[in-house]
Write a protein that binds this ligand. Sequence first.
Ligand code: GCO
Length: 430
Amino acid sequence: MNFSKDFLWGSASSAAQIEGAWNEDGKCPSIWDVAGKHIKNNETFEVACDHYHRYKEDVALMKELGLKSYRFSVSWCRVMPEKGKVNQKGLDFYRNLIRELKEAGIEPLVTLYHWDTPVWVEKEGGWKTSKIIDYYLEYVKAVVEALSGDVKYWMTFNEPQVFIMCAYVMGSFAPFKHRIFTFKKHIKNMLLAHGKAVQLIRRIAKVAPQIGIAMAATTYIPSDETEANIELARQRSFESSVGQGSNSLYMDPIVLGKAPKMMKGVLSAEDLKIISAPIDFVGINVYQPSNPMFKDSGYTCEKKTSMGWVIDGRCLYWTARHYYERYHLPIMVTENGMANSDAVGADGKVHDAKRADFIDEFLTNLKRAADEGIPVIGYQYWSIMDNIEWCAGYTPRFGLIHIDYTTQKRTIKQSGYHYAEIIKTNGEKL
Ligand code: GCO
């Protein structure tokens, strides 16, 4: 077996990280627009890659790369800049972007929430209050009504683990809060918002939808492939306190309709029924294995990204396998990629051989999963272009396309051309 004939070879982005135009055409500020000193070097989301104005050029570059799909997020702040008010101009941007993608033969994959909560929603309590569920659903309704004639793939949320733990427990992501005592409420609100959104999309979408969620999926690589160690890695990934805090905490309620230990007494049977509204696929965002975050496991600096993340492509195979074995749903790799200090060379090219190797290593592992019969439906490289990496600012470059932030000039990196070749052969080239 190989990658399926209609495999979604693509790349990903998120609204806040690339669009810029932070206060144009009626958009309200998001919690990231007001992050101020929390962003490295006082950088801001104001202009980013100016994709809002340059989307046509960007889609033309995606077409040049031969992408079959493009995962992006819709900005809640553009669509509902005030309580109860739908902003048609905000929706127009996405209508135009989707038209451009369709004309280029690229399937749009839409994320409904990629962390950019409107400031007005946060002021009312953000994920701490159940009011946010209705606000979110109102926003989702507006988006689905406007775009679902041309969109089949929907993701309700991006990485709930991160926007709840980092934003509201550790306080390291916007809105930079420490709510150690109430964060279970945040999780419950998010899970209910997800389940209700799934039901809503299913009910009102014009084209039969494929609905999923993009998880910060990270699991353990077994130390060797004996049965005992495979089982140990599986247990650590879902049953250890770490696995329970990341993977099963969200996925068990969503897919299995079961409350993990930590949420016992917080989620009622009725809640779980809503939360487990059937979805069609699971999105996995995979960057590095869980193992080395805890114990020194001997990775050298050559096998790390410029952000210090470990490079070990086996984590993609194991995450796909672990998720499939537990949840039995088709898998879409919704993010995978690496930060590197890329620059345009004297010859006008960006020589990022390390990223081309990274892509080969990870895709070879994904191919193993596909070969073994795991239904893998797509791979979205993170990211289509360099962008603002949240609090780390513009220094880490993840893109297939280099951005010169002074001129906004786009240059396809060598890894982009390399990926294009892989796409052309549907992975045969690996
Ligand atoms: C995330 C987000 C992306 C990041 C990417 C690299 O996983 O944090 O989905 O917005 O930019 O993952 O860190």
